[in-house]
Design a protein around this ligand. Structure first.
Ligand code: ASC
Length: 151
């Protein structure tokens, strides 16, 4: 009887921790992971922004490299928003991330699509193309932050 009770407790614990532990050891790791991916993306996106906004000279090769990193990083954060990762470490992610999962995914899909276009624009070596794609991508960052990130 004791063994059965212990087994069912273990099973319950596994079930409860399954979402967060699907890819991460604990919720804290998932939170740190998504924040890290977003931070790295923001660093490289910021370098593109400096060129797009004339705060840094346009360097076509650097733009291409930064845009490629942004497009790769844009794929990563979403795995870190799994069930049970709304808390476990300091986070600005709002509860709506988990209560409006389909809408949240529309935002992340949009970002990924825009960053693919951004990388393609950077490859043309034309600053105007970069500016246009940068603006469109920044719009997707902002739209998601407005709805799903605490101020
Ligand atoms: C950035 C950055 C963001 C977005 C956002 C766009 O460079 O770090 O979060 O752009 O500010 O509105």
């Amino acid at each position: 009887m004791k063994a059965i009770a212990a087994l069912s407790l273990a099973a319950a614990a596994l079930t409860l921790s399954a979402p967060a532990s699907a890819q991460f050891a604990k919720a804290e790791d998932a939170i740190k992971y998504r924040q890290s991916a977003l931070f790295v993306m923001g660093q490289h996106f910021g370098r593109l922004g400096a060129m797009a906004n004339g705060r840094a000279p346009f360097d076509a090769k650097a733009a291409q490299e930064n845009a490629d990193v942004v497009a790769q990083m844009a794929k990563l954060p979403w795995a870190g928003f799994g069930a049970g990762t709304d808390k476990g470490a300091p986070t600005k992610a709002l509860p709506e991330v988990w209560t409006e999962q389909a809408k949240f995914k529309e935002h992340s899909d949009k970002l990924e699509a825009e960053t693919v276009k951004l990388a393609a624009a950077a490859k043309t070596g034309n600053l105007d193309n970069l500016k246009t794609a940068f603006g469109a991508t920044a719009g997707t960052c902002k739209a998601c932050h407005d709805s799903y990130r605490a101020k």
